[in-house]
Design a protein around this ligand. Structure first.
Ligand code: ASP
Length: 337
């Protein structure tokens, strides 16, 4: 039997169990995963699955898209892609995909990355004129030997793969840019919530596998050529199927300096809850960024057991959760300030 066929049969068998288990919690046994010696006490931890969590208000609609996949025993990878594509297509969202606010020069440039339970990842940055950077990132992951494509190369790749070219700049975002240009300030508002709301989405599927996706138009009025944390594996997103996943929003420069999401996952590996791991990572961000009082950074995290949490610097950040236990609602993140 081919490996693909074996995997398929295995997945279908687990899927059948998974579907019947949709309404209940399962015990996770140690032989299912490989913990370090100091984690054996977790043998009987309950697992809630599937679960999807995502950043900000637009996460509610994205979670619904992801849930359709998860609730029919689809993979976390398919779920995270389907979820954030909804946000990318929404022209009223001015920080992701179509309708995203442009850079200083008036051009919309998009960044995205995706990571699956096997540790495979793909990313695009400074991508222009393509509605779904997340799907291009997935193609980079699955159909190239590389992890990251940027700029013209990413665009050419997307067009070659059949993605249509679209105009990403809406009248509203164009007008906002013109107003900003005409204003005296001409500085980047670093903590303005309006200015920062990337979608980062994490999912745990019925098979117990984790994946994550992160997609953004980046900071509004950014310098031409600027790329933030969102397409950087380890900074804007990280997933380790043995432990959990994390994704970030806020001032990308500060997240990159601390390799934020990798750090959150490492803190969870050490035994911290998702929320505590996010808090410790925010503390690290604060220690590496003397201007921390002027910026917003928020992390959300989801572990192998379906537990989730968040933490941020400034108040005002929340995240959307959907699972058997939580019917798609916003949860307020605790903040340092
Ligand atoms: N992190 C994104 C960036 O800096 C923006 C955001 O999340 O608001 O590109």
């Amino acid at each position: 039997m081919s490996k693909k066929r074996r995997d398929f049969l295995k997945a279908t068998a687990i899927g059948a169990v998974g579907i019947t288990a949709l309404g209940c919690q399962e015990k996770k046994h140690d032989h299912e995963h490989h913990h370090g010696h100091n984690h054996t006490h977790e043998d009987d931890r309950e697992v809630t699955k599937p679960v999807v969590i995502s950043t900000w208000n637009h996460g509610l609609a994205a979670n619904e898209g992801a849930w359709q996949v998860l609730s029919s025993a689809g993979s976390a990878l398919n779920a995270v892609e389907a979820g954030v594509r909804i946000t990318e297509s929404d022209p009223t969202g001015q920080s992701v995909g179509i309708g995203g606010r442009p850079d200083m020069s008036g051009e919309v440039t998009l960044d995205a990355c995706i990571m699956n339970h096997k540790g495979d990842c793909g990313s695009v940055a400074y991508l222009k004129g393509i509605e779904h950077p997340i799907s291009v990132a997935r193609k980079v992951m699955e159909e190239t030997p590389h992890v990251m494509l940027v700029g013209d190369g990413a665009k050419e790749f997307a067009l070659r793969k059949g993605f249509p070219e679209v105009n990403l700049l809406t009248e509203k975002s164009k007008q906002d840019w013109e107003d900003w240009k005409a204003s005296e300030r001409k500085v980047l508002p670093k903590i303005n919530v309006e200015n920062h709301d990337t979608i980062g989405l994490l999912a745990l599927d019925v098979y117990g596998n984790l994946s994550g996706a992160c997609t953004t138009s980046g900071a509004a009025w950014k310098m031409k050529g600027r790329v933030g944390d969102s397409p950087i594996i380890g900074a804007g997103l990280y997933v380790d199927n043995e432990v959990g996943g994390a994704t970030a929003t806020g001032w990308g420069e500060a997240v990159i300096r601390a390799v934020g999401c990798f750090l959150v996952v490492e803190f969870m590996r050490q035994g911290n809850s998702p929320q505590e791991a996010c808090r410790l990572a925010v503390e690290r961000v604060i220690s590496k960024n003397p201007d921390w009082k002027d910026i917003q950074v928020g992390f959300i995290a989801l572990n192998k057991y379906g537990e989730h949490g968040a933490y941020c610097i400034q108040p005002g950040f929340d995240y959307a959760v959907k699972s058997r236990l939580v019917q798609n609602e916003m949860i307020k993140s605790e903040s340092r300030v």
